[in-house]
Ligand binder design. Sequence first.
Ligand code: ADP
Ligand code: ADP
Length: 237
Amino acid sequence: LPVLCLENTSAVYAGGVVALSRFNLEVQAGEFCVILGPSGSGKSTLLRLISGLVPTSSGTVTIGGIKMAPPTRRKARQRLGMVHQDHGLIDRLSVLDNVMAGCAGSLPFWRLMLRMYPRPVVDAACQLLDEVGLTEAQANRRARELSGGQRQRVGIARALMGTPLLILADEPVASLDPQTSRIILALLRRAAKDRGIAVLCSLHQMDLAREFADRIVVMRNGRPVFNDCPAELSGFL
Ligand code: ADP
Ligand code: ADP
């Protein structure tokens, strides 16, 4: 069973803009799938639709067999980790607090308010920060004091904190230099391989897609015009 499954999924915005048209997509556990396409081709709409922020006009989205629609939307969202272009960190909080916020959904509200996390949560967050290559000293710094690349490492650790089945990464390296971009994509790829997470990642750079993806989906006008392994891309272009 694929982790992510889109069946005949369409998205129409107010005003009638058809941003996605009868889209079919499957992403398996452990698979690193990259979405390429020009600006306006529907990449962000696709990711927002999968995360339940844009409603489907027709068709379905399921994550781990659970429908991303009422009444199961909340449950489907718990299977999901998000990595954003701008990292989406809370600047004034420590790096460690930002990572622990990744499991906010499974903790009582007062713990979040008082930032009193159970010991296993603290340990798991420290372990994840170590895995993404951040030191204990960096864990205690405020998020705003880190570089762009370091902040994106935190973003990945936070996404992993919720033990997701699927990670959605929306242009995660758009503001990073090529060398840092490779480090971040390697971390996402390793998350897929080591933990069996399905990763769906939008990118602008074709060379990075070829280097890291198991599968590339090229979008044009809200439709997938290519969906295959990187080796087949030359024949398509
Ligand atoms: P980017 O390419 O950096 O994602 P866009 O210029 O595509 O930025 O979109 C910026 C914001 O404007 C997004 O939040 C998007 O939802 C919104 N947007 C884009 N196109 C339209 C549109 N035709 N009508 C209304 N909102 C739009
Ligand atoms: P991409 O991420 O590939 O740049 P988008 O998903 O942002 O593409 O946009 C796909 C299409 O949907 C574009 O035609 C865009 O103008 C339109 N669009 C995006 N967001 C909105 C919105 N909030 N309202 C209306 N139209 C939108």
